[in-house]
Write a protein that binds this ligand. Sequence first.
Ligand SMILES: Cc1cc2nc3c(=O)[nH]c(=O)nc-3n(C[C@H](O)[C@H](O)[C@H](O)COP(=O)(O)OP(=O)(O)OC[C@H]3O[C@@H](n4cnc5c(N)ncnc54)[C@H](O)[C@@H]3O)c2cc1C
Length: 547
Amino acid sequence: MYDFIIIGGGTAGSVLASRLAKPHNSNPSTSPFHILILEAGPNTANHPHTAIPWESAALHGSKLDWNYRTVPQVHLDGKPRYNCAVKGLGGGTVINSGGWIRGDRRDYDDWARVVGDERWSYEGMLKYFKRSERHWDSSVDAGQHGFEGPIYNSSPSSSGRKYPLREEILEAWKSLGFEEKRDGNDGNPQGIAELVENWREGRRQIASQAYGLEGVEVVTDVLVRRVMLSSEVEGTSAQRKAVGVECADGATYLLKPGGEVVVSAGAYRTPQILLLSGIGEPAELDKHGIKTEVELPDVGKNFHDHMIAYRYWKLRNPDRGLAAGSPLFNDPAYIKGGPLDWLVSIPVSAEGLRTAIARDEGNSAEVLDQHPLVKGPRTHVELSVLYAVFGGEQVGLKLPVDGTAIMTFLMPFLPTSRGSVTLRSAHPEDSPVIDPNYYATETDRYVAREGWRTLSQLMQKTPQGKGIVSNEIVPEGYGVDDEETDGAIDARLKIGGVTAFHPAGTASMGKVVDGSLKIPKPLASHYQVAVYAIAEQAADIILRDHK
Ligand SMILES: Cc1cc2nc3c(=O)[nH]c(=O)nc-3n(C[C@H](O)[C@H](O)[C@H](O)COP(=O)(O)OP(=O)(O)OC[C@H]3O[C@@H](n4cnc5c(N)ncnc54)[C@H](O)[C@@H]3O)c2cc1C
């Protein structure tokens, strides 16, 4: 019997279990709790492709990948998209690209406003951002950064990567009017900031190992089917309480009285487990012959993901050795992180945004003035230049990694499109039906087009961009369109839009789980920093309740 059963030993599950077993600042093994993690995949500790970050390419489609396909994306080119999630101890941290990006304080403040709970504001989360990280530079603002957390941070410059295009690209961004920031992770990321990664000396840090699971019972290779619920009468109303967990093979694990089950199975599988437990929309449950235990219509709704789109550019002078494939990139320092220097986080123009929102939501001028996406300014899109090429096959391009081309990406950050994750069947082995519904709103299309045009300006209009690249490498059948009409940009984004691997929102708090963890909106960031901090705060909340 257990005090805590944690379903899913991924990023959040590992951090939470570790902190419950050994609270922050405590001596080893002081926990009085019996804690269990149930993880569907294997222990990833000694896997040959998990230590060196760039080897994660070999994990896509492997046994460690749940390897999802979405439903056809009707607002893109009508085709399904591949969505990856890791099946193994450590979850997303086994494969992710290591971007350690905290995002914009305004998003967290918006969460706090929506859920009426200041613990989820930027200031409320700050303690946990600091607690999880170990910044490499002791001269940065100690009010914003942690120096003793389990997760080591690094940057291209701190790891000794000296990319030949670093200064030219910086100057190109500046010539578009953007300002350089010394620290992109201080809650105000707008501008040009150096990339921060969570690689330690060029090695991946997997959450389950970096935090450590001493004092936690870990069962791997076990697929959870459902949370077992009992009916308890409290006062005049019947309450459902978790009493344990049932696995697909029929094994059960039970809670001690007063114990808790935590469902941290990621954005795709958390709603599946809740639905298989009879927690969800009765009509949806009826379809699969599942008895409704708790009516919660929003389980699996509110799904959103960041869409990313890549573009490719022919180098004017490849012999300068500017991109992966040229000999310079064989320097061992260069495998210590991703082939880029800068992330540029920007708002889009408020006027166009108001028009787009009005088309989607039909708001009056007064409402639009107060609209959270307009007020801010919010960080609407992230842009970057990479000194490598990959992902071209999505748009039918075969691009050898031979040092002759570079790429750019744009990632619209605060999508208003919403999709869903629903049941395919009552069998836990069947993957859920995943519909991110990318690019469904005019607001999302407007933001993406603005990002697209900014990248075109950077590469084709700035003196530095014009000096670096000769032309864009365009997919067959798509001409180079100097006018850059909305239609022409949409056509490219509809074939090129793919997941940035940031699924979220399917157990949206306040609607799906209890009041302490209500977080229903997207963030202008990459999600692991937030997941680490949320799990850190969850541990504090649970430990307070169990004192
Ligand atoms: C390819 C890729 C690149 C990424 N790059 C970045 C990046 O550069 N920066 C960034 O900030 N974020 C990045 N992310 C996102 C980030 O890694 C995730 O947001 C984060 O890991 C999510 O944590 P989680 O705990 O919610 O889910 P996960 O870490 O996915 O954990 C869920 C766990 O639950 C387990 N599970 C699921 N169903 C069951 C079941 N029925 N029974 C038992 N166990 C189950 C899974 O196997 C998994 O281990 C990336 C993600 C991917 C996939």
